[in-house]
Design a binder for this molecule. Structure first.
Ligand code: NAD
Length: 715
């Protein structure tokens, strides 16, 4: 053994070829934390000190190669001054450069995930051999930053500007075929042949058949293309990246700028430019929010992992109702491998449900994401039925019949009689209390809420709702089932609207008051979309369904009369009274026409303004800032109240639910992180400024306390 550290070892194999292996002790994956970097430096020194090593293969002792930098170290690091952050990147790069400069052929064997810093490690090697099971990529932009272990320097020099921009600016995870085609790797081999293939390549270098020094030299020099052509390539890319990323996500554009600035430079100078650019993006609020989001996501997964430990085994599921939601739930369950019985009272509904599943699967087959045999298998694991035969073998049942307390209670009581003792029941209700529904059951402990979002196959969130009598085992089983379906469950306690709708409806209330006070709903939509929402509130209400919106708002007003009842006619109610139900009947706040693909396209409709006239003050322009404050305060304060009332267990879960469930702008991190980004004190002051608008704008006690103590929701 030439070197043995805690994360890296170097061992001499045969013929002067050594193996440098990453294998971080005490962890399931390799990552570039500070300790690994230090260990890597020591391994390099040991290689330098050995006169036996003629060539090197780089491998991993884990299933993955290296997953990237240690993101848990980012929050603290990014809190430092820009100069300190740049120094960190530069120092890390000195280690990578020292490795690159070892005058021996170095071939990496990429056995599994090589992401971010992991792939940058591969780029430092002279050649890259990839297992056909591995995947690689530079996903840093998803965290609001860009590669800073030399990725922006080596990528364009190895694979050209276009490819480098694509890999870095999209952050996409890539398969072996694409990696080989773009020249990011030099060979793709069967997984079992990987080790030998890497050694073979080193031997060819040693035999003089391949000039590894020439290959390496390309990475040390300025970009090959003449300056004019480089400039053109960068200009085209910048425009494209800007358009795709949008101004709310500055990192991809900054990455392209850094590559362009360093195009005419040699490696070390170019690495300086990378380090400075990186430090700049690391200090953006987007990076803070997106890194926070990543960590919150990890925290939620950890919490769920713990909860799901006591789950019952789920082999067979059932869904009651084959409508929009029931059909979607059946499709998703079958797709992810849990066979499901789909029961309805109408033959026609079953046909519709099966047709919908079949259409979704056919799309996958057409896109090459699935073969026909798998499609057949998935379809045959959905069993449509009109009766309760075989229900005694079902482990978990989701009720998704019409939104009516009496109907739901009678359906749940009926099915409870047909199942085995330990079967877990859930309701997909959007507005009815889980505790109330449980009153109809003999074993309320076996019952909870499982609130999916529409369309089920697209929306990542499932709210798992604990009623007063729901047992821990029931919650565990529902969390496990949601995970098995590929969804992100968040456990919440029962209350009107649960978590997501309880927080969303105050936002709609803010919208109603703005229109009442003379705001143009189209201006509000534009401002909120620019703020980062996938769509503005009026358009969202049209998409959700005006009738659904009015019904849910009524439930919320009954549940929280002190702040959610209003004393004026709300614009959504006016639309409802005029049978403008939104996209579903072609007219709501907007009118809907079919585009070329047959999808609904919204167009402005003067009629809406006419209808709103009697309830609204004279139309006037509002400042974007005021619109944002009046829309966001009610949503954010209600999220704080949910935390105060213990509806949700942590700030991380609350924020993630809003991002997964209603598309809260990810680069703003969620309602609570948004408050943090403004500052709890400044946000509480903003609440005071608008408190005259009603109780939804009053700062909750928890916010006031945090403001007084100078605390934030996230450390
Ligand atoms: P839907 O009207 O499309 O489907 C309801 C289905 O239930 C129909 O096929 C009907 O035939 C069937 N049904 C009625 N009584 C039944 C019974 N006794 N046994 C079996 N089947 C019966 O409604 P949907 O939009 O799918 O909503 C279903 C539930 O999901 C509701 O509680 C709703 O609030 C909730 N939900 C809906 C959405 C949404 O966006 N549509 C989102 C989240 C939750």
């Amino acid at each position: 053994m030439i070197y043995q550290g805690n994360a890296v070892s170097v061992q001499l194999l045969d013929d002067g070829i050594a193996e440098l292996k990453f294998d971080l002790q005490g962890e399931s994956v390799n990552k570039f934390n500070r300790a690994t970097l230090e260990d890597f430096q020591k391994a390099i020194d040991a290689i330098k000190g050995s006169d036996q090593i003629k060539g090197l293969i780089v491998t991993s002792g884990k299933k993955v190669f290296i997953v990237g930098a240690d993101i848990t170290e980012f929050t603290e690091m990014f809190a430092q001054e820009e100069a300190e952050i740049a120094k960190w990147s530069r120092e890390a790069n000195n280690i990578f450069s020292a490795f690159e400069d070892l005058d021996i052929p170095k071939v990496v064997a990429i056995n599994g995930f090589a992401m971010g810093g992991g792939l940058e490690m591969c780029l430092v090697c002279d050649f890259r051999v990839m297992s056909e099971q591995a995947q690689i990529g530079l996903p840093e932009v998803k965290l609001g930053i860009f590669p800073a272990f030399g990725g922006t320097v080596r990528m364009p020099r190895l694979v050209g500007v276009d490819n480098a921009v694509e890999w870095i600016a999209t952050g996409a995870q890539q398969r072996p075929e694409k990696a080989l085609k773009d020249g990011v790797v030099d060979a793709v081999v069967k997984h079992d042949d990987l080790h030998n293939a890497a050694i073979d390549l080193v031997k060819q270098c040693l035999a003089g058949k391949i000039d590894f020094r020439a290959k390496r030299q390309e990475k040390l020099e300025p970009l090959k293309l003449p300056p004019m052509e480089n400039m053109m390539a960068f200009q085209t890319c910048t425009a494209m990246v800007m358009q795709q990323a949008g101004k709310n996500y500055p990192a991809p554009v900054e990455a392209v700028k850094v590559m362009q600035k360093a195009a005419g430079m040699k490696r070390e100078e170019a690495l300086d430019v990378e380090a400075q650019g990186f430090a700049k993006v690391a200090k953006t609020p987007q990076a803070t929010a997106l890194v926070g989001l990543f960590l919150a996501d990890q925290q939620v997964k950890k919490v769920n992992g713990k909860v799901a430990k006591t789950a019952k085994d789920i082999q067979q599921a059932a869904v009651l109702g084959a409508g929009i939601m029931g059909g979607g739930i059946a499709f998703q369950s079958a797709l992810k491998g849990t066979p499901i019985i789909m029961k309805d009272i109408a033959d026609k509904a079953l046909d519709l449900g099966m047709n919908e599943a079949s259409k979704l699967l056919a799309k996958r087959v057409a896109k090459g994401k699935m073969d026909a045999a798998k499609m057949g298998k998935v379809l045959s694991s959905i069993r449509p039925t009109l009766n309760y035969g075989d229900f005694e073998n079902v482990n978990v049942i989701v009720e998704a019949v019409v939104e009516n307390t009496k109907v739901k209670q009678s359906v749940l009581a009926e099915v409870e009689e047909k199942v085995a003792d330990g079967t877990i029941l859930a309701s997909n209700t959007s507005t009815i209390s889980i505790t109330k529904l449980a009153e109809a059951l003999k074993k309320p402990e076996n019952f909870g809420g499982m609130h999916f979002f529409n369309p089920v196959h697209m929306m990542p969130l499932v709210e798992v709702i604990r009623g007063e009598k729901t047992s821990d085992e029931t919650i565990a089983t529902l969390v496990a089932y949601a995970q098995k379906m590929g969804k992100n469950p968040i456990v919440v306690n029962d209350c009107p609207g649960f978590l997501v709708n309880r927080v969303l409806f105050p936002y709609f209330a803010g919208f109603g008051m703005l229109v009442r006070d003379g705001a143009d709903f189209q201006q509000v939509d534009k401002v909120m979309q620019k703020f980062g929402w996938p769509m503005g509130p009026a358009y969202l209400l049209d998409v959700v369904g005006i009738d659904t919106g009015v019904h849910a708002a009524k439930v919320m007003a009954e549940g929280f009369p002190d702040r959610m009842q209003h004393d004026f006619k709300d614009p959504t109610e006016i639309m409802f009274e005029n049978e403008r139900y939104g996209q579903k009947n072609g007219i709501g706040f907007y009118r809907y026409e079919q585009d070329k693909k047959g999808k609904p396209k919204k167009v402005a409709d003067e009629g809406s303004y006419e209808l709103l006239k009697p309830m609204a003050a004279e139309r006037k322009e509002f400042d974007a800032e005021e619109i944002i404050a009046r829309m966001m305060i009610p949503m954010c304060t209600e999220t704080v109240r949910c935390l105060e009332d213990n509806i949700v267990g942590s700030a991380a879960e609350a924020d993630m639910a809003m991002i997964y469930g209603i598309g809260f702008p990810p680069f703003r991190g969620g309602p609570l992180r948004y408050i943090d980004s403004i500052g709890t004190k400044a946000f509480a002051d903003l609440c005071d400024k608008y408190a005259h608008l009603g109780a939804l704008y009053e700062a909750p006690q928890m916010l006031k306390d945090k403001a007084a103590k100078g605390e934030s929701f996230f450390a």
